[in-house]
Design a protein around this ligand. Structure first.
Ligand SMILES: [Zn+2]
Length: 177
């Protein structure tokens, strides 16, 4: 029985391409969003679109990865893989809809940690529009003031001019903003 794969096991994107065959003759696939290569694995249970959306929303609400795993009844590995993939996808994709020039409220935080392929712990920094929950800035790096500056720089000019910035905690912001 062959089931056509239609989404990436890593990030859930449906932008996948056939990518040759493995040396065992299996069809290989590659995700065009996160770059993950994979073959069909009957034992692998994909997370559903609904689960992905819930994961995304819970991550943006700062719910812990362990908490998300318990709520969705998936493994923490599954959540971590999703976070890792999202980190890559988000980095390429900050697109902000046009905004009128008015007071904008932005929440800046380092939200998710993950371990990169060199084994270093990295942080996904996000700037969120506090009203729309739109991601308006992103940076991946350490937890220093340098990262705060990079996050600030990643925001579109309209936000840098008009935004009131909120943070949860945090001295790194004071030195930058
Ligand atoms: Zn992917």
């Amino acid at each position: 029985m062959t089931v056509e794969i239609n989404s990436c096991p890593n990030c859930g994107s449906e932008k996948i391409s056939r990518n040759g065959q493995t040396r065992h003759g299996k069809q290989n696939y590659k995700c065009r969003e996160c770059g993950r290569q994979f073959v069909q694995n009957p034992a692998w249970k994909p997370i559903t679109k609904e689960q992905q959306e819930l994961m995304q929303r819970m991550l943006l609400e700062r719910i812990s990865q362990a908490g998300i795993a318990r709520v969705l009844q998936v493994s923490e590995d599954t959540v971590q893989r999703y976070v890792n993939a999202q980190a890559l996808v988000i980095e390429k994709q900050v697109e902000v809809s046009a905004k009128p020039k008015k007071r904008l409220h932005v929440q800046m935080d380092e939200l998710w940690s993950f371990v990169d392929n060199k084994g270093n712990e990295q942080w996904v920094w996000l700037a969120l529009d506090a009203e729309t929950r739109e991601i308006v800035g992103v940076h991946i790096g350490d937890r220093s003031a340098v990262s705060t500056q990079a996050l600030w720089n990643s925001m579109p000019p309209v936000y840098r001019q008009c935004a009131v910035i909120y943070t949860d905690h945090w001295s790194a912001y004071d030195s930058v903003l």
